[in-house]
Ligand binder design. Structure first.
Ligand SMILES: Cc1ncc(COP(=O)(O)O)c(C=O)c1O
Length: 368
């Protein structure tokens, strides 16, 4: 007898859309019969983590028969020191993805609303849906930038959480601190506002620490070790907020959510900030090169403040296919309603050069 799994699943899960990640290298190799591919689809750090993080993981690998510290004490202390906050103001997650989900699940449920930009990071919508809350997607001003006035106007008595990625993925836009503070000042004090700073390090030279100076009782700043720190595979992210907010979210957290190697690597990576910021500088220089070239090809999709660039072309799906045929994996943005766009993560200099040369060969072919 077949089991009616749909009938057994909670109602909201039946309507959930899975997150679609960047295509893994192995998948493309199999699909196209290639022997190498360059993944520019998930905004990873192509240089890898700090050598000190690798060494720390190697050393800790003999300890993996033990459970990790369920409270991630050493990592929390390191982060508290780094950000000059108390350890009870830090929530650690299995990637910032888990942090976002924990916070949304803690503060929003059935009958509540979660507000985010229509082209904001897609996990906000998925997490709101999974929590049984209603997601309110506010269209961007010009298709790319957050409409903060529109988001403020969307707030109702049912609004429990607002999510803003700054810089935003996938649009690459950056909001000034002043505009975010004015937005926060217009909100009821009990609305939780998550400022998702997954790409913070790429704007640190312009913004400094000022992003931490924002003020609102329900303010949450989330960050990740997945991007600039090169630890996407380890899954470590965190948020900083009022200790009551952190305490509540912690009740939903599973006991050992950060594995032992990840905790060790994150502490070592944090200590090697100079190394990380040197890679960030290289990435920003490469991003400039890519954006200039895209502009010259008439494919520039708008300036990005993250570790990725935007390609815009009405035949973007053909470009996608050609790039994949040549072993290059970009990220199509159709799931964000941006069918003309591809998002290209900044790779190693030689990877970016190869991407550009394949792109130019496509332009050449289509002009013949
Ligand atoms: C804006 C933004 N927030 C959060 C995340 C989640 O990253 P992680 O779970 O790896 O920390 C990403 C990943 O792409 C992102 O782009």
């Amino acid at each position: 007898m077949t089991i009616d799994w749909m009938g057994r699943a909670v109602v909201q899960a039946a309507g959930l859309h899975p997150y679609i990640p960047g295509k893994p290298v192995e998948t493309l190799l199999r699909e196209k019969g290639l022997d190498r591919a360059i993944k520019l689809a998930s905004n990873e750090n192509p240089y890898g983590p700090s050598p000190k993080a690798i060494a720390a993981m190697q050393q800790a690998s003999g300890e993996v028969h033990r459970y990790p510290d369920g409270d991630a004490t050493v990592l929390k202390e390191a982060l508290a020191d780094f950000h000059d906050v108390n350890t009870d103001q830090i929530l650690i997650g299995n990637g910032s993805n888990e942090v976002l989900e924990l916070l949304i699940r803690t503060f929003a449920g059935s009958g509540d609303e979660v507000i985010y930009a229509q082209r904001g990071f897609i996990v906000y919508a998925l997490a709101a849906q999974a929590a049984g809350a209603t997601g309110i997607a506010v269209p961007e001003l010009d298709g790319l930038s957050h409409d903060l006035d529109g988001m403020a106007a969307a707030v109702t008595k049912r609004t429990k959480v607002v999510c803003i990625a700054n810089p935003n993925n996938p649009t690459g836009t950056l909001l000034s601190n002043a505009s975010i503070q004015a937005f926060l000042d217009s909100l009821p004090r009990d609305v939780v506002v998550i400022i998702d700073e997954a790409y913070y390090e790429f704007v640190a030279d312009q913004m400094g620490d000022s992003m931490l100076d924002l003020s609102h009782p329900g303010l949450v700043i989330s960050r990740t070790f997945s991007k600039a720190y090169g630890l996407a595979g380890c899954r470590v992210g965190y948020a900083m907020a009022d200790r009551v907010i952190v305490g509540l979210a912690n009740r939903f957290r599973e006991p050992f959510n950060i594995n032992l190697l990840a905790q060790t690597a994150a502490v070592a990576a944090l200590e090697d900030g100079d190394w990380v910021m040197a890679r960030v500088a290289e990435t920003v220089a490469e991003r400039q090169k890519l954006e200039t070239e895209l502009d010259e090809l008439g494919m520039f999709g708008g300036h990005s403040f993250g570790n990725f660039v935007l390609l815009r072309h009405r035949r973007s799906s053909e470009i996608l296919r050609h790039l994949e045929d040549h072993g290059i994996i970009p990220r199509p943005l159709a799931p964000y309603g941006m069918a003309d766009y591809l998002r290209i993560s900044v790779g190693l200099p030689e990877e970016n050069t190869e991407f550009l040369s394949v792109l130019k060969s496509i332009v050449g072919e289509s002009e013949e």
